[in-house]
Every structure is written in structure tokens, then in C-alpha cells.
Design a binder for this molecule. Structure first.
Ligand SMILES: [Cu+2]
Length: 297
């Protein structure tokens, strides 16, 4: 079972062999640090939105309601689905969803097990930057608890918040500047360190971390105290003989990466983006941003 720290899995109703999901695209007031709230956009009150978990061969129907002040769409990033369901109304025969309306995205899961994402693909320049994104995981029905004992999904993000002078953290509710090339807050599952959730493991467990990134930037994620194998990219598994031992992995925009390691070194071990500015909250000195830690219980 995949756990997305801070973010629930999206529930569904199974009816006549179809899994029915509901997503509501809407403005959300999200808390990225104890003292910092952000006027963002998300799904079902969250950014990232709830994680969708399915199995190969599932038939899904995902009803997307639009409670945003402008049209939207959802793109199922990495999934092999019919053109009309792909969610890019500007090019494809896929509809845009006007405010107050909904659309049923329905398709069969034909990809193999793997880590994917969903995100808005209408007025992308604004909507992706406002937080309309989430995880889409195709689980492996044949995987046993012997193979993987912990399975975490971590979605990387970045916001440029307006009205905050660089070098200070002042309590408040802030708006996003979606057109800025710069970001001043860097998140894992929508939160900045020290507000990110730590990742519990037990000694000798086999652990999988799944990373996803939809944003403007690339993030070289470095893990302390362990070496890991990169086991999948873009939702496609990498054959054992092609896997390398590493301790840093680049999560470029638009990609997902899965890594696996054995928890063989007790302690509290940082897992963080290696860009120094990305581990700061608004260029303040204390460790912040895209940082969490694997913690042995
Ligand atoms: Cu980074």
C-alpha cells in the first residue's frame, strides 16, 4: 500500500466493474508552514490533490467538477489512454470543463504497475503553478509484503509567494505569483521543512520512495546514510541489470522516479533537494524547503 504523507488516497465506489472517483478542482487555502498559509488551487481541498491508486486492467471513471473561476481540464500524465480522455483541450479532441460543470474521464488502465501523476492541462501557465496536481499510482497486484515493506509517494513542488520580503518569514496568508520564474518556497507533498512529514522505517525493511514533479524546476534529491537503486522511471520499471547504486537522483519536471533501499543504518537521515536555495524558506538561514528525513522507529 502506498502512503502519501499528508495526503489521503482518493476513495472510490466500485459499481458494475467500474471504479468511480470524484475530484473537485477548487481554490484551497493550504498551510505550507505552521505560520504560512497560501491561497492555492487544488483538488478536494488539497494541493497536491488526493493520490489515486488503481490496478492494471481497472476501468476507472473520474468525475472532475470545476469550482475554479476559469475552465480547466485534467491530464493523466504518463497513462496510455484514448485521445479524448487525455485532457489537453487546446490541441486534442478532449473537452475543457467550464466553471460549474463536470466531465467524466473514463478509461481502462493499460499501463503496467508504476508511478504516474495527474495535473491541469488548461491555462497551464497558471493552473500548474497554482497547485493543480496529484499522484496516480498503478499498484502491482503480484507484489508481496516480503518485497516492499514501506512505500511512500513524494510530490515535489515550488511556489513563488507574493508580498513577502526576501530573508524573512512573516505569519500570514499569501497569494502565488504563477508567472514568476523564481520560487521562494519548496515543498514535499505541499509542505516545507520543518513542517514536512518525516518518513518512518524499521531496521531491515525494504523501502520504496516514489517521486513526482510537475513544476518549473528540477530537483536533485540526495539521501544520507544509504545507497539506493533507481528501480523505475516515468512509471516503467528498470531491469535489475540496468539499475545503478546511487545516493542522489534528479527528478526533472514532468518525470517520476522510484527508488528502493534497505533500511540498514539506524538514525535520522536527511532526504532533500541538493540545490541550496531549495532547502531554505524564503532565503532564510535555517534548514527548510524541500527537506524531510527517514527516521528509524
Ligand atoms: Cu530542488
Amino acid at each position: 500500500m502506498v502512503i502519501t504523507p499528508n495526503i489521503p488516497n482518493l476513495p472510490y465506489i466500485l459499481k458494475k466493474g467500474v471504479k468511480y472517483f470524484n475530484l473537485v478542482a477548487e481554490p484551497v487555502k493550504t498551510r505550507i508552514l505552521p505560520q504560512i498559509y497560501v491561497n492555492a488551487w487544488g483538488y478536494n481541498g488539497l494541493t497536491p490533490g488526493p493520490t489515486i491508486c488503481v490496478y492494471p486492467g481497472d476501468y476507472v471513471c473520474i468525475r472532475v467538477y470545476n469550482k475554479l473561476p476559469q475552465p480547466t481540464s485534467v491530464h493523466w500524465h504518463g497513462l496510455d489512454i484514448p485521445n479524448i480522455m487525455d485532457g489537453v483541450p487546446a490541441i486534442e479532441p478532449s473537452p475543457k470543463i467550464n466553471p460549474g460543470c463536470y466531465f467524466d474521464y473514463h478509461f481502462k488502465i493499460t499501463n503496467p504497475p508504476g508511478t504516474h501523476m495527474y495535473h491541469s492541462h488548461f491555462y497551464t501557465v497558471v493552473q500548474d503553478m497554482m497547485g493543480l496536481e496529484g499522484g496516480f499510482i498503478i499498484l502491482d497486484p503480484t507484489e508481496s509484503k516480503k518485497e516492499i515493506q514501506r512505500d511512500y509517494y513524494l510530490m515535489l513542488g515550488a511556489f513563488k509567494l507574493k508580498g513577502l520580503k526576501e530573508g524573512i518569514i512573516q505569519e500570514g496568508i499569501y497569494d502565488i505569483d504563477p508567472f514568476s520564474n523564481m520560487a521562494n518556497f519548496f515543498t514535499i507533498n505541499g509542505r516545507c521543512f520543518p513542517y514536512t512529514s518525516l518518513l518512518p522505517v524499521k531496521k531491515d525493511e525494504h523501502v520504496r520512495l516514489r517521486f513526482g514533479n510537475i513544476g518549473m524546476m528540477n530537483h536533485p534529491i540526495h539521501f544520507h546514510g544509504h545507497q539506493f537503486y533507481e528501480t523505475a522511471m516515468d512509471g516503467n520499471s528498470i531491469r535489475k541489470e540496468n539499475q545503478f547504486l546511487k545516493n542522489t537522483i534528479l527528478i526533472s519536471s514532468g518525470t517520476t522516479r522510484d527508488i528502493e533501499f534497505v533500511a540498514n543504518n539506524r538514525g535520522i537521515w536527511p532526504l532533500h533537494c541538493h540545490f541550496p536555495h531549495h532547502v531554505s524558506n524564503n532565503m532564510t538561514l535555517p534548514l527548510g524547503g524541500m527537506t524531510t528525513a527517514v527516521v528509524y522507529k
